[in-house]
Design a protein around this ligand. Structure first.
Ligand SMILES: NC(=O)C1=CN([C@@H]2O[C@H](COP(=O)(O)OP(=O)(O)OC[C@H]3O[C@@H](n4cnc5c(N)ncnc54)[C@H](OP(=O)(O)O)[C@@H]3O)[C@@H](O)[C@H]2O)C=CC1
Ligand SMILES: Nc1c(N[C@@H]2O[C@H](COP(=O)(O)O)[C@@H](O)[C@H]2O)[nH]c(=O)[nH]c1=O
Length: 355
């Protein structure tokens, strides 16, 4: 499967599941504080995508209001029928990418060529091709802000990693108003709810889907494993190795059998000579790349074991050494995912260290 960005889908909905009403005015479902939250999410991504329908209806700017750098702007359109004077194109000194179906490329280039890069998205437009193209342009995190057709497309294609929903305390009650999603074959089963937050009169909900949900769950387990570590003057770390089907192959924690043990080293040793293809190692801390306790670093153990995927929560702070585990693994072609939102949990287990 080709590489794609990590996708965060974000929407504000009414109590009855609408994104907007049918009036000419854009319906503000978020409150000020919630718009600030959305702004933070925008600031943390490489690109924001909305459908052509949202550009025509809302005329959004899609900029980060709090200042700093703006992400690129992206849209998809089957027709290519977009107005070059829309604020999507006229605001923000950032790349504007328009993905359209092959047949519409010439007319879209003629209309939008001066204000955007028009990209052939296939015939008909192929979402996986669009996402692979974005990844090729350096987009690692993509925020999808709607509208309903686009949320339906992304969710039914199974390419959403996180879903952010803000529920506003209003009813819309108009059958012709746009819904959050239309009918379709959505990811089966229950999504993993990873956060709920009251934001004034709005309720914010965050879900993880698919591999992102499994990563959240396993990394939390690895973090909890570190509670077993004996008292220590160094890092207390937990690690879990799973196979391609998310079955646990081995676990480890710092000091499990000897005070010098590192968590990843213990877990990998339990694998024996087997080189599990398509395995993932979860570690609460970035794998070490320099150590004084033993000659082989955990980064090297991971490379030697042929583990292709590494997920960790906390970048090693420079308490003992300057760690370059993540960079080294990436440079060696391993997939490395960092979930910094779980780092606070790891810090709690390591409160004995002066970081
Ligand atoms: N509350 C909230 O958080 C948000 C609310 N909204 C609201 O949502 C509404 C707009 O939603 P909606 O009308 O569903 O429009 P969308 O923004 O979802 O855009 C739909 C358009 O995207 C293009 N498109 C969709 N699927 C494909 C595909 N497979 N291939 C190529 N192009 C595709 C088409 O463009 P084309 O027609 O050019 O071919 C289609 O008409 C507005 O009322 C807006 O206010 C929007 C975002 C967030
Ligand atoms: N109405 C609404 C949202 N609408 C989204 O915000 C876009 C407007 O962006 P900008 O012009 O940059 O502020 C709009 O086109 C749509 O994608 N988002 C939310 O979180 N909450 C809301 O209530």
């Amino acid at each position: 499967m080709s590489k794609r960005p990590y996708v965060v889908a974000s929407a504000a909905v009414s109590l009855d599941g609408y994104l907007d009403d049918t009036s000419d005015q854009r319906l503000l479902l978020s409150n000020e504080e919630d718009f600030a939250r959305v702004d933070d999410v925008r600031a943390g991504v490489d690109a924001i995508l909305v459908g052509a329908g949202t550009i025509r209806t809302d005329d959004p700017r899609l900029l980060v209001r709090s200042g700093g750098g703006n992400p690129a702007k992206v849209t998809i359109t089957e027709s290519g029928d977009l107005d070059p004077s829309a604020r999507f194109f006229t605001t923000g000194d950032v790349d504007k990418l328009v993905y359209t179906s092959a047949a519409a490329v010439p007319s879209a280039r003629a209309r939008l060529g001066p204000v955007a890069t028009v990209v052939d998205g296939g015939d008909p437009l192929d979402l996986h091709r669009v996402l692979a193209d974005l990844a090729g342009r350096g987009v690692e995190r993509l925020m999808v802000e709607g509208g309903g057709a686009v949320h339906t497309l992304f969710l039914t294609a199974g390419v959403v990693d996180e879903l952010h929903l803000a529920v506003a305390p209003v009813f819309v009650g108009e059958a012709a108003a746009p819904r959050f999603v239309g009918p379709g074959r959505f990811p089966p089963g229950r999504l993993q709810l990873t956060e709920t937050r009251r934001i004034g009169d709005v309720v914010f909900m965050r879900y993880h889907l698919g591999q992102a949900a499994r990563d959240q769950r396993r990394l939390r387990e690895a973090i909890a494993l570190a509670d077993n570590c004996p008292p220590s003057t160094t890092f207390r770390v937990g690690a879990i190795v799973v196979d391609a089907h998310d079955q646990v192959l081995a676990t480890g924690y710092s000091g499990e059998t000897d005070p010098h043990d590192h968590a990843e080293e213990v877990a990998i040793a339990k694998l024996g000579p087997a080189k599990p293809r398509a395995a993932t190692i979860y570690s609460s801390l970035e794998p070490c790349s320099a150590r004084s306790s033993r000659p082989v670093t955990c980064t090297q153990h991971i490379l030697d074991a042929g583990i292709p995927r590494v997920v960790f929560a906390w970048r090693e702070p420079s308490v003992f050494v300057d760690c370059v585990g993540a960079e080294t693994l990436r440079a060696a072609g391993r997939e490395v995912r960092e979930l910094p939102e779980l780092a606070e949990l790891v810090k709690e287990t390591n409160a004995h260290l002066p970081f």
